[in-house]
Write a protein of this length. Structure first.
Length: 245
């Protein structure tokens, strides 16, 4: 059965069919991929690997999994593309609902078909083939951006007023923990590689996360008890907000 709760929408019906097809192919296609992959052999089933990708943070481990899955596409393209549709289906589901809410004149069937088409095109794109990191972030960002660009054009043809803003598009990238971590990891990586964030500043952010995100220094056991450190942290967070904008 599909992972998670399904409804009666077109996307959930597609999920049921894809999951059934992959389950039947699991004994051959999935197991043939395992010997060639250092990471995939840790998972004994399609459902186990899907569950991990859907619930994990976008860290180095999930990045490695997606890298190996994408690399395996050459030997089993139909199987891998079906698997990736299932892996990103929760993101597609939420994004389709947002598009439908902002563009009520567009039929959900059309939005769903267009979204799947955009995802498959990007999975086959030269841009994705040339990437080495941040796969989840790149796929999510590209699909959502193209979805809303298409919806805005179609909505305009149907006489809708375009109310979509840059803020709306930015909010689409942080729907769940996987995407939140992917977006944050990508943002911090760009800041450090461009020299906008020093190693000391990055260490301070990591320490903040390890201590539970308490920047107010309420506990004497935290490194934020010093007023100087708290002020430094506040300046750093203000700097990151400016960079993010």
């Amino acid at each position: 059965m599909p992972l998670g709760t399904t409804c009666e929408c077109t996307l959930c019906k597609i999920e049921v069919r894809l999951f059934s097809d992959l389950s039947h192919a699991e004994a051959t296609s999935f197991r043939e991929l395992l010997p060639a992959s250092p990471s995939l052999h840790l998972y004994s089933s399609v459902s186990g690997l899907l569950r991990h990708l859907r619930t994990s943070h976008a860290d180095a481990r999930s990045d490695q999994l997606l890298r190996e899955i994408l690399a395996a596409r050459a030997s089993s393209p139909a199987f891998i593309e079906s698997f990736l549709v299932l892996a990103f289906l929760p993101m597609l589901h939420r994004a389709i609902r947002r598009v439908a809410k902002q563009h009520p004149r567009l039929s959900q069937e059309d939005v769903t078909q267009q979204t799947l088409s955009i995802l498959l095109q990007f999975l086959r794109s030269k841009e994705l083939r040339s990437r080495q990191t941040h796969f989840a972030f790149a796929i999510s960002r590209a699909v959502k951006r193209q979805m809303f660009e298409w919806a805005n054009r179609e909505g305009g043809r149907n006489g809708e007023t375009n109310h979509t803003t840059g803020k709306d598009l930015g909010a689409l990238a942080v729907d769940d923990p996987f995407e939140q971590y992917a977006l944050l990891r990508h943002f911090l990586h760009r800041c450090t590689t461009k020299g906008l964030l020093t190693d000391a500043e990055l260490d301070l952010l990591i320490q903040l996360e390890l201590d539970g995100g308490n920047e107010n220094g309420s506990s004497p056991a935290t490194p934020y008890s010093s007023n100087a450190v708290r002020q430094r942290l506040k300046r750093l967070l203000a700097k990151l907000r400016r960079l993010a904008r």
